[in-house]
Design a protein around this ligand. Structure first.
Ligand SMILES: [Zn+2]
Length: 148
């Protein structure tokens, strides 16, 4: 058992604490940093789980990336992909839905692609979600090549 961030060897308690609270193998230092991020930025737990799922698959994203207007849950800057976690997908109002569509439109205009992922997918289908995001990244890379 090692920390997925710094590869430090984890003791039983550090491992148990991190798995119980975040579901990710982190040392007490990196566990603490993530708890701070959640407290300060209200980062969804699932964003952290997806961030590390992507990292383990070799995809380096950025958590809570500031795009100039708002904080993006996870950004993959190489391909200008923004990933937002929907924590209350089932309670989406029409006002929120039209705001999200408008945000997606603005980011498209700026060359960014935004995908929204319901948190339940990350809880129950993390590997499949990671695989699909990798596919989206490959597709975006291919499109970038065509344009250039
Ligand atoms: Zn660590």
């Amino acid at each position: 058992m090692t920390c997925v961030e710094c590869k430090k060897e984890l003791g039983y308690l550090d491992h148990k604490n991190a798995i119980d609270s975040l579901g990710v193998e982190l040392c007490s230092h990196h566990h603490g940093l993530m708890l701070e991020l959640i407290r300060k930025k209200k980062t969804p737990l699932e964003a952290i789980q997806l961030y590390y799922g992507l990292k383990e698959a070799g995809i380096q994203g950025m958590l809570e990336w500031w795009d100039g207007k708002k904080s993006i849950d996870i950004a993959i800057s190489r391909v200008k992909l923004n990933i937002e976690i929907d924590s209350e997908y089932d309670k989406l109002t029409e006002d929120q839905a039209i705001n999200q569509l408008e945000e997606a439109m603005h980011s498209f205009k700026n060359g960014f692609t935004t995908i929204r992922i319901p948190h339940i997918l990350i809880r129950n289908y993390l590997n499949e979600t990671v695989q699909n995001i990798i596919g989206i990244i490959e597709g975006l890379k291919a499109n970038i090549k065509v344009i250039n």
